[in-house]
Design a protein around this ligand. Structure first.
Ligand SMILES: Nc1ncnc2c1ncn2[C@@H]1O[C@H](COP(=O)(O)OP(=O)(O)OP(=O)(O)O)[C@@H](O)[C@H]1O
Ligand SMILES: [Mg+2]
Length: 358
């Protein structure tokens, strides 16, 4: 749920504490004619939740897998905590990977091991002594709310519980970075919410930077601070979530955020100009986080007492009001002038046309 805090004056921006820097990263798979990733440049601040969205095949998984070199980039660099991970040898890479955890859509648990054994496994591989493994596993079981399931088998768990085990397993080496590739795509909406709440808690409690791929816009909206939009292997847009939602610049972003929501159902015929004395202006008021607020009494005073609300998609994202109101103003024979609506009442004003009763 977004919090209803009022839009704030912009505070002076502190210097960015950079955690991940991706520069001109390209990836072309063997035998392919086009790049799966093309010249991707990104900067991810420490402690943020960074979302990556894009259509199927846009290159999201390729990008996240290049961040821990599960995939080798064809060109460009990935610098994490100041380390150019492309320069690491195989054995350095094995050690380095412990500072980043990864979770997947399909939880990849071993069915012949109990929940606790699954969590202990990466520690066994790393040679962590038994008592320490046990203590860490129990601590993480408590964190993800599965203490009671320590000795259960994966087959006895729900999807949400399996993903919690996946999250616990990704945290065994106290990573500073957590990579999530469609971590909630196999879950129902309610379970998704509870797994997202857990990720948010981990981000807050431990200050872990989370990079998260999803095709579910609600995940970005509810969880992420920053978002990047990938299209055909390129980053076409990035910024704070409120900004990208409030004023999407790229067509792909608009389609991802608002699939098929271009037309408004109308109580009449829409024309480009008013038909004399019978038409009402259909006005769209846009809110893109600029600080304007839809004060209804003031709008009503400006638009007349016939004012009718046709559509509202307003919501609060990161403390900013985002979305639009579509209103029908009063019957008038002259065109509506957008200057009538002052900037404090809407960030954007547009006349969509004039509606005449059938
Ligand atoms: N191992 C591979 N070999 C060849 N081509 C690949 C390989 N993996 C991915 N690709 C291609 O690279 C492009 C990007 O794929 P990627 O899996 O990164 O997309 P995605 O955005 O994660 O898609 P989805 O939302 O479906 O998971 C696609 O065209 C895909 O076919
Ligand atoms: Mg993918």
């Amino acid at each position: 749920m977004a919090m209803l805090n009022w839009p704030q004056e912009e505070a002076p921006q502190p210097a960015v504490d950079e955690h991940v820097r991706v520069t001109a990263l390209s990836k072309r798979y063997p035998g392919q004619q086009v790049d799966a990733l093309h010249q991707v440049t990104l900067q991810i601040e420490r402690g943020t939740i960074f979302g990556i969205i894009g259509r199927s095949g846009a290159g999201k998984s390729s990008l996240i897998r290049c961040l821990n070199r599960l995939e080798e980039p064809t060109a460009g660099s990935v610098v994490i905590d100041g380390v150019d991970i492309g320069s690491l040898t195989e054995s350095e890479l094995v050690n380095w990977r412990r500072s980043s955890g990864m979770i997947f859509q399909h939880f990849n648990l071993l069915s012949a091991k109990t929940v606790r054994e699954n969590i202990e496994l990466p520690m066994r591989v790393a040679g962590v002594p038994k008592a320490q493994r046990r203590q860490k596993a129990d601590e993480l079981l408590a964190l993800v709310g599965l203490t009671e399931k320590a000795t259960a088998w994966p087959a006895q768990l729900s999807g949400g519980q399996k993903q919690r085990v996946g999250i616990a397993r990704a945290l065994v080496h106290d990573p500073r970075l957590l990579l999530c590739d469609e971590a909630t795509s196999a879950l129902d909406p309610e379970t998704t919410r509870s797994v997202l709440a857990l990720l948010r808690e981990i981000n807050r409690q431990k200050g872990i930077t989370i990079v998260l791929i999803t095709h579910e816009m609600a995940v970005i909206h509810d969880l992420c601070h920053q978002v990047a939009v990938l299209d055909k292997g390129e980053v076409v847009e990035q910024g704070p979530v409120w900004q990208v939602y409030g004023d999407p610049q790229h067509e792909t972003t608009r389609q991802l955020l608002n699939p098929g929501r271009e037309t408004v159902a109308l109580p009449g015929r829409l024309t480009a100009q008013p038909l004399s004395g019978q038409s009402r202006p259909l006005i769209s008021l846009g809110y893109s986080g600029g600080g304007a607020l839809p004060q209804l009494a003031k709008l009503s005073a400006l638009l007349g007492d016939e004012l009718t609300l046709v559509e509202s998609t307003l919501e609060w994202i990161q403390g900013r009001q985002i979305g639009r109101l579509v209103l029908l103003g009063k019957t008038d024979s002259s065109p509506f002038r957008v200057e009538k609506i002052p900037a404090q009442l809407a960030d954007r004003v547009e006349v969509l046309g004039y509606v005449t009763a059938n």
